[in-house]
Design a protein around this ligand. Structure first.
Ligand SMILES: *Cc1c(COP(=O)(O)O)cnc(C)c1O
Length: 392
C-alpha cells in the first residue's frame, strides 16, 4: 500500500549574521514548511532493520526514504517531498556530471534515553550550506526548507534513529546542479536531497589515529573553495589520502598552500592540540579552513568549562618540536563524523612524533569529548541552546 499525505511542519527559525555560521541571540519565530509525503510500499521489516542497526559502521546502511526539493529559475524552490529512496534519473549531459557543481552537509540526529530525537545546531548547517551555495554559484536554499526537509524525513524514518552510546542517524543533505547543457556557466536547475544513514563510530577502535603530514599536496588556497563544503575538495584529497595509507596512516594533515608550513586541517575534519599547561590551540579560520561546527562548539564549550582556548597559526615544525619535548601533550581531530578522535602521532618524510604515549586518549581530549557528547545526547545541561528537539 502506498500512503500519501502532507506534512506541515513548524520549523524553528533563528537569525544569523551575514555569512556567519554562528548563532546570534535566539529570535524564535516559526516558519512553515510544506512537504508531500509518499511512503514506500516495501519498508524494511522491523527485525531486519534492527539487525542492520546493530553494527552499522559508517555510511553503508540507508533508511527507506529521502527528502527532495527541486529548483528551477522559473519556479524557484518547489515540489518538496519525502519519497522512497531510489536511484536518480539524470541526463548524461547534466551539468553536475561535467563541472562538479555540488555541495553537501553532514549532521546527526540523536536519540536520548527517553526516546526523544534531537539535532545539534542544524541552523548552523543550514547557514553553512547557503554559504557553500554562494561560493559555488548555486541557488540558495532557504533555511526553513533545509530544516523542514530534515524534520520531514525524520518524521517518516524516525524508527531508524538508533539509541546507544556511539550511535546516531547521520544526515546527508546535498545539492547538485542539474541542467542539460555542456556550456560552462552556473546552472539554472538544482536538486536538493537529504539522505539518512544510521551510523556507529567513524574510526574503528579507540586508540590514537596516525596522521600523515602531506608535504606534496595542499587542500585549499586563499581565494579557493576550501571554506565551501563541496565534493571537489574531497575528490582532490583522495590521492593524498592514498599517500597517507601507504605510509600507514588513516588521515592526512594539510599545510597552507603558500608556505607549506602552517597547519590548515585534515581532509574532512579540523584539528586541535593541547599544551602542557592545559590550554587548547587550533589554527584560525582564514578562508582555507572549513568552518567546522564541531570546532566552533568545542571552542565555546571549552571556554565555558574554564579552559584557555586559543586560535593561532601553528607552524608544523614547532608542533613536531613541541610534541617531542612534551610541550604539547595531546592532539585530536574534530568533526561531526569523527566527533573528537585522539591523534596518536604525526608522520612525515623526515620522521615521526607521538602525542603523549601515542595510544591513550589524553585527559583534556577526554573531558572535551565527554562534555560535547553529553550535550549532543541530552545528558548534560545545554546553556547554549544548541540542542534542537525534533517533533518526530
Ligand atoms: C565537514 C568538514 C569538517 C567538519 O565540520 P563539522 O561541521 O564539524 O562536521 C572539517 N573539515 C572539512 C574539510 C569538512 O568538510
Amino acid at each position: 500500500m502506498r500512503m500519501e499525505g502532507r506534512l506541515f511542519l513548524d520549523v524553528r527559525k533563528r537569525m544569523f549574521r551575514n555569512d556567519e555560521i554562528l548563532l546570534t541571540d535566539e529570535v524564535g519565530y516559526v516558519a512553515m514548511a510544506d512537504f508531500k509525503v509518499e511512503k514506500t510500499s516495501t519498508p524494511t521489516p522491523a527485525d531486519q532493520r534492527r539487525v542492520l542497526m546493530e553494527d552499522p559502521k559508517f555510511g553503508r546502511v540507508f533508511t527507506d526514504h529521502m527528502a527532495v526539493i527541486r529548483y528551477t529559475e522559473e519556479k524557484g524552490w518547489h515540489d518538496a517531498k519525502v519519497m522512497p529512496r531510489q536511484p536518480l534519473q539524470i541526463d548524461p549531459a547534466s551539468t553536475v556530471l561535467h563541472y562538479g557543481q555540488e555541495i553537501f552537509e553532514g549532521l546527526k540526529a540523536y536519540r536520548a534515553k527517553d526516546g526523544a530525537i534531537s539535532l545539534f545546531r542544524p541552523e548552523a548547517n543550514a547557514a553553512r550550506f547557503a554559504a557553500s551555495a554562494r561560493r559555488l554559484s548555486m541557488a540558495e536554499l532557504p533555511e526553513e526548507l533545509f530544516l523542514g526537509a530534515i524534520e520531514a524525513l525524520l518524521q517518516v524514518d524516525r524508527e531508524w534513529v538508533p539509541s546507544g552510546q556511539d550511535k546516531s542517524l547521520y544526515l546527508r543533505p546535498f545539492m547538485i546542479s542539474n541542467e542539460v547543457f555542456l556550456g560552462v556557466k552556473a546552472a539554472s536547475e538544482y536538486l536538493f536531497i537529504v539522505l539518512a544513514s544510521p551510523v556507529g563510530g567513524y574510526f574503528g577502535g579507540s586508540g590514537g589515529i596516525p596522521v600523515w603530514v602531506s608535504e606534496t599536496y595542499t587542500r585549499a588556497a586563499p581565494g579557493g573553495t576550501g571554506e565551501a563544503k563541496c565534493g571537489g575538495n574531497y575528490a582532490s584529497s583522495l590521492l593524498p589520502q592514498r599517500e597517507a595509507a601507504e605510509n600507514g596512516c588513516s588521515q592526512v594533515l594539510f599545510l597552507d598552500a603558500r608556505e607549506r608550513r602552517f597547519i590548515d586541517e585534515m581532509g574532512g575534519m579540523n584539528v586541535m592540540f593541547v599544551r602542557k599547561d592545559g590550554s587548547v590551540v587550533t589554527p584560525p579560520l582564514g578562508g582555507t579552513i572549513l568552518r567546522g561546527i564541531t570546532r566552533d562548539s568545542i571552542l565555546k564549550l571549552g571556554r565555558h568549562m574554564g579552559l584557555t582556548m586559543v586560535e593561532e597559526p601553528l607552524d608544523i615544525n614547532d608542533i613536531f618540536a613541541a610534541a617531542a619535548s612534551g610541550e604539547i601533550t595531546e592532539a585530536f581531530a574534530c568533526g561531526t563524523a569523527a566527533v573528537i578522535s585522539p591523534i596518536g602521532e604525526f608522520r612525515r618524510e623526515s620522521g615521526t612524533v607521538a602525542f603523549g604515549d601515542g595510544t591513550t586518549e589524553g585527559p583534556v581530549t577526554k573531558r572535551l569529548r565527554q562534555a560535547l557528547c553529553g550535550l549532543q545526547r541530552g545528558t548534560e545541561e545545554d546553556p547554549f541552546k544548541w540542542v534542537y528537539p525534533v517533533q518526530a
